[in-house]
Design a protein. Structure first.
Length: 556
């Protein structure tokens, strides 16, 4: 799916399949896809790829795309996840119109069909427990063993299945299994479980049901009921496709939906497992599903990522048949590309060091002019106040600097961005620690930016904020949640994935709304966090630094 919702995405093997189907008038020329999340967690960046692909294909071929919840496991599902999924899909720029469905919409139809399978001798009630079923499935090199209940009379299985539905048995006491082939080389075809007993309340049907279909049974039937033509899913379902087809063939759907698998998204420094992400939330390693360090769509949104950047990323990485790992630097590159023309550039000092300009009038205030975005002149300029006392970054001063250090040091001159050239004359230190706490400098009034008549040339330019006009802010610097060991490739939690700093920023940011995005000079792109509404400080999340490792990699 292209970043431009009206522009076709590059060709790939799934589009080739669809093109061939349209050429042969398969499905009467229809293209109907679906995005089928399980409401057992928040969506992550890997789901974004699937969302963009399924909705994008429908849009490109003037077809339809459904949003359907595969809500067949009440133990892990919740309305919170249902609501978050809809918010994420809409935020990415897609809409399902009136095509919002749930697998639970079809529970009765699925149950009725299961009875038909029993009557046709294609399914049976099995009394083996989960461990016994696992033990008798066999291995990749050895066939499985038939259940002793495999050939029980149809009438007996049908009676037991109805009693399972009525709640007469304990969880795990009995299951319904398909009767396929215990010697199949595909383990999924060795009499898979179709129904299990669970007394957990369902988020939609409550306690109406205690018998729930397995995903591999509900998935193809839901597709068929909705008239899906191309059931696009990730590569781990490739071995499940024969069961998908068996279920629909037994129902005699012709032509039935075609399952097509593509490679899921894997990112460096990132975990994509819902189980592991839920564990991070439940053990409070992170602050919630929308923690800006999480790869969830809600986490990326809170951090400051834009839907345009994520769609662009999904478009650029393409659609492949084999799994691979994408460098997270590429995702960061896409957000930089999206924001570089949009985000105003401002000055924020994250680790303030006070500077007193001793020869500047004590009550003097200079009104300067600053570009909002040098790469986008249409964004105009803003007023900037300059005063006797300012803040610079502590790292912009050194007592004994190395060569090619173009910032402040004793006797050295630098230019203040949009302002004047200053020279460092005196250093004030803490009496006990010797730490530098203040610099005394002088400025040259003939060096005002844009009006410089001094002829001076300096190599260093520093950003700064007026001490009198600047506003306090909390800045949260985010890094990858996981670090990867170079030798083993193993991932470990990054203890410095979030660093919180008290900063001073330009006064123009005082009225910034939640979600507003800016480039802080030299520090990166930042977004206003919702926590701003809860406290007395404006809170900024760093979306991404300015260091573009991906672009550098491409130049090598």
């Amino acid at each position: 799916m292209s970043n431009d919702l009206t522009k076709p995405a590059p060709s790939h093997f799934i589009k080739n399949i669809i093109n061939e189907d349209l050429k042969n008038n398969k499905n009467d020329g229809r293209v109907h896809t679906r995005f089928p999340p399980e409401p057992n967690g928040y969506l992550h960046i890997g789901h974004a790829k699937s969302i963009c692909l399924n909705f994008g294909l429908a849009a490109e071929y003037s077809g339809l795309c459904n949003l359907r919840y595969d809500d067949t496991n009440p133990i892990k599902e919740d309305v919170e996840y249902v609501d978050s999924i809809q918010e994420d899909v809409r935020w990415l720029g897609f809409d399902w119109d009136d095509r919002l469905f749930y697998a639970s919409d079809y529970f009765q139809r699925m149950y009725d069909y299961a009875e038909d399978l029993i009557k046709a001798g294609k399914a049976y009630v099995c009394d083996l427990n989960a461990e016994e079923i696992r033990r008798t499935r066999g291995t990749l090199t050895e066939p499985g063993k038939e259940s002793p209940y495999r050939n029980r009379p149809v009438e007996e299985s049908l009676d037991l299945f109805r009693r399972m539905k009525a709640g007469e048995f304990e969880e795990g006491e009995r299951v319904l299994r398909a009767k396929i082939d215990m010697s199949s080389p595909n383990m999924n075809m060795r009499d898979p479980v179709l129904y299990r007993i669970s007394y957990a309340a369902h988020h939609r049907t409550g306690t109406e049901w205690c018998l729930y279909p397995m995903y591999d049974y509900a998935h193809p039937l839901s597709d068929a009921y909705e008239g899906i033509t191309h059931s696009v899913c990730t590569l781990e379902f490739e071995d499940h496709r024969p069961l998908y087809d068996w279920t629909l063939d037994a129902l005699n759907y012709q032509p039935h939906p075609q399952q097509i698998e593509f490679a899921r998204l894997n990112l460096t420094n990132t975990v994509m497992s819902k189980r592991l992400l839920r564990e991070l939330v439940e053990t409070e390693v992170v602050d919630g599903w929308d923690d800006p360090r999480m790869p969830t769509i809600s986490g990326l949104r809170r951090r400051g990522y834009t839907p345009e950047a994520i769609r662009d990323f999904c478009d650029r990485i393409g659609v492949a048949k084999s799994n691979s790992v994408v460098d997270i630097a590429f995702l960061e590159y896409c957000i930089r590309e999206d924001l570089k023309m949009k985000a105003p550039r401002v000055m924020g000092v994250l680790n303030p060091l006070k500077v007193v300009i001793t020869n500047y009038p004590e009550e003097g205030i200079a009104e300067l002019s600053a570009e909002n975005n040098p790469e986008n002149p249409e964004m105009g300029v803003r007023p900037l106040q300059f005063s006797r006392e300012i803040y610079i970054e502590q790292e912009d001063y050194m007592d004994n600097p190395p060569k090619k250090y173009f910032r402040l040091s004793p006797g050295k001159e630098v230019r203040l961005k949009y302002a004047y050239i200053i020279q460092c004359n005196d250093v004030i230190r803490d009496d006990k620690t010797g730490e530098v706490i203040e610099l005394h400098c002088t400025y040259d009034p003939n060096t005002r930016s844009g009006e410089d008549t001094s002829g001076k040339k300096v190599k260093g330019t520093l950003h700064w904020v007026s001490a009198e006009h600047g506003i306090p802010a909390e800045v949260r610097l985010y890094d990858h949640l996981y670090l990867e060991e170079e030798d083993s490739g193993e991932q470990t939690l990054n203890p410095d994935s979030r660093i919180i700093m008290n900063a001073i920023v330009e006064p123009c940011l005082q009225s910034s709304a939640v979600g507003n995005k800016y480039q802080f000079m030299r520090h990166g792109y930042f977004s206003v966090d919702p926590d701003t509404q809860q406290g007395d400080k404006i809170v900024f999340n760093r979306i991404v630094s300015l260091r573009d490792t991906w672009a550098k990699m491409q130049k090598k």
